[in-house]
Write a protein that binds this ligand. Structure first.
Ligand code: SAH
Length: 210
């Protein structure tokens, strides 16, 4: 039924309907901040992303206990075109129901490898020419805002377990440690949030290369 027809049937509702019409038209017609539809975002297909050159940045996950966090990291790594995710220790690996729930398909688009422990992964990365940073709150860590990432560097970042953080021995094998400044009451960030913050900072320096 047309809007005008509705008004004739219910004249008392006319004013209310006019207000509603203005509201709706503001959203759909005049809104300068109209949310972008999927087509406008022009995302690549799974096939296209497999052919796309990635940025030489690797995320290493050590003993992540929540598969939802792993899925979230896949989604972030897809967004930022990471070369790979290294899953280590008891971190869940795809295919996995909970990873799928938060990765929403990114577990298919991001390359991943499994290592029985994080040190093995760190050594492999160093041999392949990566600078490996632990992302952790430790003595002598460098605050993220003080970091000067070289956009030409191959960079790997290690993230640790939700309770115990990165193992001490793994820390000793890293080239440096990055800490995200925090100002509230909580001791640390959720690991997937911490990863999103650090990975964006690294990717930001390479935007003209993507
Ligand atoms: N490290 C904390 C808890 C781990 S939080 C502890 O020992 O109590 C899980 C992971 O998130 C950490 O291992 C680290 O990789 C990352 N993380 C969370 N908050 C962080 C911060 N402020 N700076 C650097 N890394 C952080």
């Amino acid at each position: 039924m047309l809007k005008t027809e509705l008004c004739l049937l219910h004249p008392g509702k006319r004013k209310k309907q006019h207000k509603w019409f203005v509201f709706v038209s503001r959203i759909y017609i005049n809104n300068p901040m109209q949310k972008l539809r999927m087509e406008a975002l022009q995302r690549k297909s799974l096939h296209e992303i497999k052919q796309t050159e990635k940025i030489p940045v690797v995320a290493v996950l050590e003993n992540i206990r929540s598969a939802y966090n792993v899925g979230s990291l896949f989604r972030t790594s897809d967004a930022f075109l990471l070369q790979s995710i290294y899953l280590t220790g008891y971190t869940a690996i795809p295919p996995h129901k909970e990873i799928k729930k938060t990765a929403l398909g990114a577990e298919e688009s991001v390359e991943w490898h499994y290592f029985t422990n994080a040190i093995e992964a760190v050594l492999h990365l160093k041999e392949s020419g990566f600078t490996v940073y632990a992302v952790e709150q430790v003595d002598n860590s460098i605050l993220l805002n003080k970091m000067n990432f070289d956009p030409h560097d191959k960079i790997a970042v290690v993230f640790g377990n939700e309770i115990s953080g990165i193992e001490n021995e793994t820390l000793l094998h890293c080239d440096g440690c990055i800490e995200i400044p925090q100002f509230g009451i909580k001791h640390s960030l959720n690991v997937a949030s911490a990863a999103a913050v650090v990975l964006w900072e690294i990717v930001r320096t390479r935007l003209n290369k993507i």
